[in-house]
Design a protein around this ligand. Structure first.
Ligand SMILES: [Cu+2]
Length: 115
């Protein structure tokens, strides 16, 4: 009786440890609009969070390569995070007020500015 309870406890704790250790890392990539090396730094710095294991943005292709924990954060949240620091994605646009505060070299929208 006692042994059975003990075994159950062991099994349950093993299961939870495995579930934790097995938190899967998923790789993905999506487009993030930006211009220069400063954009790269900003984009990659913004994603220095525990839920993201790797973030690499390519200036030429504008593609962001990501390794993240889908159990902890969604791609939408990550894209919203980037929009919140001024970088459009195909799904989320940065607020004009945030975009306007970027350094001139980072203004990637070109042509559609109102000044
Ligand atoms: Cu820039």
């Amino acid at each position: 009786m006692k042994t059975k309870l003990f075994l159950t406890v062991i099994i349950l704790s093993l299961v939870s440890v495995l579930a934790f250790a097995g938190d899967p890392v998923k790789e993905t990539e999506f487009k993030v609009f930006g211009n220069c090396g400063m954009c790269k730094t900003r984009i990659e710095k913004t994603l220095k969070i525990p839920e993201v294991k790797l973030a690499k943005w390519d200036k030429k292709s504008k593609m962001l390569k990501l390794a993240y924990l889908p159990g902890k954060i969604s791609v939408d949240s990550l894209q919203q995070l980037l929009a919140s620091v001024g970088h459009d994605t195909e799904k989320f646009k940065a607020a004009d007020s945030v975009y306007a505060n970027l350094p001139p070299c980072c203004l990637y929208r070109g042509g559609d500015s109102s000044h």
